[in-house]
Design a protein. Structure first.
Length: 575
C-alpha cells in the first residue's frame, strides 16, 4: 500500500502537458446529488466530516503507520486519528461546515496523512473532493499529492506508483494529474498533465473525477472537472489490471526523501465534499430529452416546471435538477434574466422551477427562452439537455361604451367619452372620418358641423348654423398596452333654425369645406379598420352640459353617455 522510496520513476518526455477536451459547464453550481437508492449514480461513500462518527472510511494512514478503522469509530478517537495529523475543524473559508485538516509536520521525516477507502470493483465511478490550500501552504520542489488512486503490491512484492494522482506543484505553482502505466519490466511510465486552472490559495477548489477503469478487454477513461468545467479527458489504460481496482486515498502526501527537501514549518491542507458514486449502471439509462413548455398569463406572475415533462423513463436518476439554468442572449447560463419591455425570468434551483413576471405594459407572446440542465451521460460524463419556454401574456380587453346626446342651439358642445374608462391614454384620442376612414384631430361633416379632439380626451362638436339632425364620428384611443380601442360619438342637434335667406349646405358631400386631417399611425385607418363596409363604429358618449336635452322628450340630460351600447357594434350607414 505504500510507495517504496526505491521505486523506479521514468517520466515520459512525450506527454508533458495534457490537451483540454470538452465543453466548459461553468454556471451549473454544485455537482450532482441524485437519489442514492438508484442503481445509476448510487452513493457509495461520503466523508462524514460533519458527523461525530467516521462512516465508511476503512483506514487512516500517516507516514508508515496504517490503522484499520472499525465500524462505528469516532473522529475524536486519538488512537485512530493522531491529532497532530488529523483534525475536524471549522471551515477556514468561514462557512458553518466542519472540514478535515490534514497535517504533515515539517520535521524532515514525516511525509503523509491520508484516509483510505477501498472495496470497489471494476466499473465506472465518480469521485468528488474539495480542496482548500491555505495562504501559508509551504512550497516544495516536488509534487504534493492531495488525492490518489493506488495500486496493490506488484507480483515481485514491490510497491509502486499510484496509477492516478492529483498533485500540487507549488514552485510553479500548478495543478497536475499523473497517470502511471505499468511496463513489462514492472517499472512505471508516468505521464504528467498540467491542468489549465490556477492554484488558488485561501479558497476552495471543487474537483470531480469520472473514472471508467480499464481492463485487459475494455478501454478506460478519466474525465476531470474543476469547479464544474471539464479540464482533462483521457482515454486509455488507467490502472495495472490487478485482481482489484485501485483504492482511493485522500489527504496530503509529500515524498520528503527526494533530493532538495529540507525541514519546514508544518504543512496543512483541508478537505471536504468527498463522495464516491457508482455510475456502472448508467450505460443502460436513456438520456433525457427536452420538451417545450408553454403557458398563458393574465399579467400576473406565472411559474413553470420545465423538467416535469422532460425526464425520459429511467433517466431521472441521472439529472441534476438544481443545475437548471436559463440561456441569455450571449449564451451564458443564468438564474435571472430581465428582458426589457417583456419582463423578468427567475430560476429557483432548489425547486427546479422558472417564474416569469410580465412588464406592466407588456401584452402578447414573449420571445421563447431556452434552458439547460445537466445530467450524467452513459459514458459517465456531464452533458446537458434542454428546450424552450414560451409564455403568452393576455390582458383583458378594454371597452369604451357608446352613447348619444342632444344639443340645443348653435353652440359648441363638449363630450367626455372616456369618463370612467381606465387604462387608456387620453392624449391619443383620434377621430375617424366616416367617409375616408382616416384618423385625425378634426373632422368636418359638410352640412352638419365640425368634430374636434383637442388632445385632452374630450370631443367637441360645433354644428353649422341651421343644421338640425344627427351627426356621428368614429373614435380611436390607445390603451396602456398600445392596443387600439374603437368607438364613436353621436350628437342630435335641435332648435338650431337656419336664418332667413341663408342657403343650406347639402350634407354628406366632400369639398373645399372638408378638413383633410392627418391619418393616424395605427388602429383604425384607411385600410378599413375604423369604418368597415360602410358602417360607422359604435359611439362613445360623455358628460352632458345643461344645454343638452334628452332626445325627443325635452328633459335635461344630467348624466354620462347612454348605457347599453357595445363598443364593437356598428351603426348602419345611410345606405
Amino acid at each position: 500500500m505504500r510507495v517504496s522510496r526505491r521505486t523506479l520513476f521514468r517520466l515520459s518526455g512525450a506527454a508533458a502537458v495534457g490537451a483540454v477536451v470538452g465543453v466548459p459547464l461553468a454556471g451549473f453550481g454544485a455537482p450532482l446529488t441524485a437519489g442514492a437508492a438508484e442503481a445509476c449514480n448510487a452513493l457509495m461513500h461520503q466523508d462524514g466530516f460533519g458527523s461525530p462518527t467516521v462512516g465508511s472510511w476503512l483506514e487512516s494512514d500517516f507516514d508508515s503507520t496504517s490503522l484499520r478503522i472499525p465500524a462505528g469509530s469516532r473522529w475524536d478517537d486519538a488512537a485512530l486519528f493522531n491529532p497532530s495529523r488529523f483534525a475536524i475543524v471549522p471551515d477556514p473559508a468561514g462557512s458553518a461546515e466542519s472540514v478535515m485538516r490534514f497535517t504533515v509536520p515539517g520535521n524532515g521525516s514525516a511525509y503523509r496523512a491520508e484516509l483510505m477507502r477501498r472495496q470497489l470493483s471494476y466499473g465506472r465511478y465518480r469521485f468528488t473532493v474539495s480542496v482548500f490550500v491555505p495562504q501559508d501552504f509551504v512550497p516544495y520542489r516536488w509534487d504534493t499529492i492531495v488525492a490518489q488512486w493506488h495500486a496493490f503490491r506488484l507480483p515481485n512484492g514491490r510497491d509502486t506508483n499510484p496509477p492516478l494522482a492529483l498533485s500540487i506543484d507549488t514552485l510553479a505553482p500548478v495543478w497536475d494529474f499523473r497517470i502511471a502505466q505499468l511496463q513489462p519490466d514492472l517499472t512505471t511510465r508516468i505521464t504528467r498533465y498540467v491542468l489549465p486552472v490556477p492554484v488558488r490559495y485561501g479558497a476552495w477548489t471543487d474537483w470531480s473525477f469520472d473514472i471508467v477503469w480499464s481492463t485487459p478487454t475494455t478501454p478506460g477513461r478519466v474525465v476531470i472537472l474543476q469547479d464544474g468545467a471539464e479540464v482533462l479527458r483521457f482515454d486509455g489504460v488507467n490502472n495495472y489490471h490487478q485482481a482489484s481496482s485501485p483504492y482511493f486515498q485522500t489527504g496530503i502526501y509529500r515524498p520528503v526523501w527526494r533530493n532538495g527537501y529540507a525541514p519546514t514549518a508544518p504543512v496543512h491542507i483541508y478537505h471536504r465534499g468527498i463522495t464516491i458514486r457508482d455510475l456502472t449502471a448508467c450505460a443502460t439509462v436513456p438520456a433525457p430529452t427536452g420538451v417545450p413548455d408553454a403557458m398563458t398569463s393574465d399579467g400576473e406572475r406565472v411559474v413553470l416546471s420545465p423538467l416535469a415533462n422532460d425526464l425520459a423513463v429511467g433517466a431521472a436518476t441521472t439529472v441534476d435538477p438544481t443545475s437548471l439554468r436559463l440561456v441569455d442572449a450571449d449564451g451564458a447560463l443564468v438564474t435571472e434574466l430581465d428582458v426589457p419591455g417583456e419582463g423578468l425570468w427567475s430560476v429557483d434551483p432548489a425547486t427546479a422551477q422558472v417564474s416569469f413576471a410580465a412588464a406592466a405594459t407588456f401584452v402578447g407572446a414573449v420571445d421563447p427562452r431556452s434552458y439547460r440542465v445537466r445530467f450524467v451521460a452513459a459514458d459517465g460524463t456531464f452533458q446537458t439537455f434542454g428546450s424552450e419556454l414560451t409564455i403568452e401574456v393576455r390582458r383583458a380587453e378594454i371597452t369604451v361604451p357608446s352613447g348619444a346626446v342632444t344639443s340645443s342651439g348653435p353652440g359648441t358642445v363638449t363630450l367626455t367619452p372616456l369618463a370612467g374608462v381606465g387604462d387608456v391614454n387620453a392624449s391619443t384620442l383620434r377621430l375617424v372620418d366616416p367617409l375616408t376612414s382616416e384618423e385625425s384631430s378634426t373632422v368636418v361633416l359638410d352640412g352638419q358641423g365640425v368634430f374636434a379632439a383637442p388632445g385632452d380626451g374630450t370631443v367637441e362638436f360645433t354644428p353649422e348654423v341651421g343644421f338640425e339632425g344627427v351627426a356621428s364620428v368614429g373614435l380611436v384611443v390607445d390603451d396602456r398596452f398600445d392596443r387600439a380601442v374603437v368607438s364613436s360619438v353621436t350628437v342630435s342637434v335641435i332648435d338650431n333654425p337656419r336664418p332667413a335667406g341663408l342657403a343650406p349646405t347639402e350634407p354628406g358631400l366632400s369639398g373645399a369645406s372638408r378638413s383633410p386631417g392627418s391619418p393616424g399611425s395605427g388602429g383604425v385607418g384607411s385600410a378599413g379598420a375604423g369604418v368597415r363596409d360602410g358602417r360607422m363604429l359604435a359611439a362613445t358618449g360623455g358628460a352632458v352640459p345643461s344645454s343638452l336635452v334628452a332626445l325627443g322628450v325635452g328633459a335635461v340630460v344630467a348624466g354620462a353617455a347612454l348605457a347599453g351600447h357595445d363598443a364593437r357594434t356598428s351603426s348602419r350607414s345611410a345606405d
